[in-house]
Design a protein around this ligand. Sequence first.
Ligand code: MG
Length: 469
Amino acid sequence: MQLRLLLAALLICLASLSRAADITRPNIVIIFADDLGYGDLGCYGHPTIRTPNLDRMAAEGMRFTEFYSAAEVCTPSRAALLTGRYPIRSGMCHDQFRVLRSRSLGQLPDSEITLAEALKAKGYATGAIGKWHLGVPQFNPGGHPRKHGFDFYFGLPHSNDMDPTPVAPKGAGRLAEQRAEWWNAPLYRDDQIIERPADQTTLTRRYTDEAVEFIRSNKTKPFFLYFPHTFPHTPLFASKDFAGKSPRGIYGDVVEELDASVGKVLDTLRQEKLAENTLVFFTSDNGPWLIMNQQGGSAGLLREGKGSTWEGGMRVPGIAWWPGKIKPAVQRTLASTMDLFTTSLKLAGADVPGDRPIDGLDIRPLLFGTGTVTREAYFYYRGTRLMAARSGDFKAHYMTQSAYGQPKHEEHTPPLLFNLRLDPSETHNVATNNPAVLGQIAQAVEKHKAALQPAPSQLVEVQPVAEKK
Ligand code: MG
């Protein structure tokens, strides 16, 4: 009898020990929408797009009002999230090309340490599901997600519009009615192309199924799921259950399907009793693609959108969820996708690389309500150009350029200055009255530039198209 009691006590001890060990290495899930704007979710004020799952996630977790992607377009934004560094440091940006193209030979350099590599070294299972855009494996096998720390990959190597097929009627472009067969995007499972063209109407559903399967099959060890969705980047496609349902048209259909996908991921975590040991972060890679008209999203009250360094190009929704650890709150402190790198490493008990500049900060004090985070300045790059910088409430624009349609940037001396707390729409230039603020921001910019070593761009080289004989 005594032996049995002893055994039972020992088992309870072991169980709680293993739970304690788990808590030191929580699961990390990053859900990354593509071109979703600051104003596109119910919980960020959209009047007609219905997002009950994200709204609930925000109500149960922390909703950031000043969350930033680290770039104004896809490729650099993704590089920054996965490395914790401004993309100019990895060469994943370019003033003309801006993103990797469907025949690009460049890639996220092997010398970069990705979040997946760092977490894998700590025993994490790692999966990437969705749009990669950090290398095109067909033309450069080194650009595959599995060469950058991910055990598992399912998704498209680049944007869903990058391979238009010859059957696309002239002028149909991205704006006319969409048909799946006009786009030739390859769908990968690990190293193999399993479908081409990918049936884009089922992509969100299939990504979600894969994400649920990844969580279930890795539930006994810590995992990192990087879940960069293909949508709402155009061309827009929704599955049968969502198409034609949203009052906001096809854009709304697509966002509502993404919302349902988030709901499924969170439900799976709850069902598998993993919710209290998992940080889930939802955000977007850049602002809305406004030139897509009704097929592009909304930056809400922010100025401009994708492609520009006005607020609408880079300030995006940001929602953190971790039941029991993150208390319901609205967070008004500035934070960024690069912080997810540093914060995730800290949560996993991993070292933040010390041999290179890391721009992401540890935002655990914000998430857990234990303190503040001090950031001297935040820098807004368009390609390799530092266009603007923010410190505290103020943002100085040294250069501005509309997302599309303004061929050359305009320089500002003195810089334009906006108080983003008073004027989030950047409409009232207050440079004249605030020379001291301008001086302080200029100092931060000088310090940043003095220590900066830009890497050669990865976005230039492409595989030439073979000439027809
Ligand atoms: Mg994007």
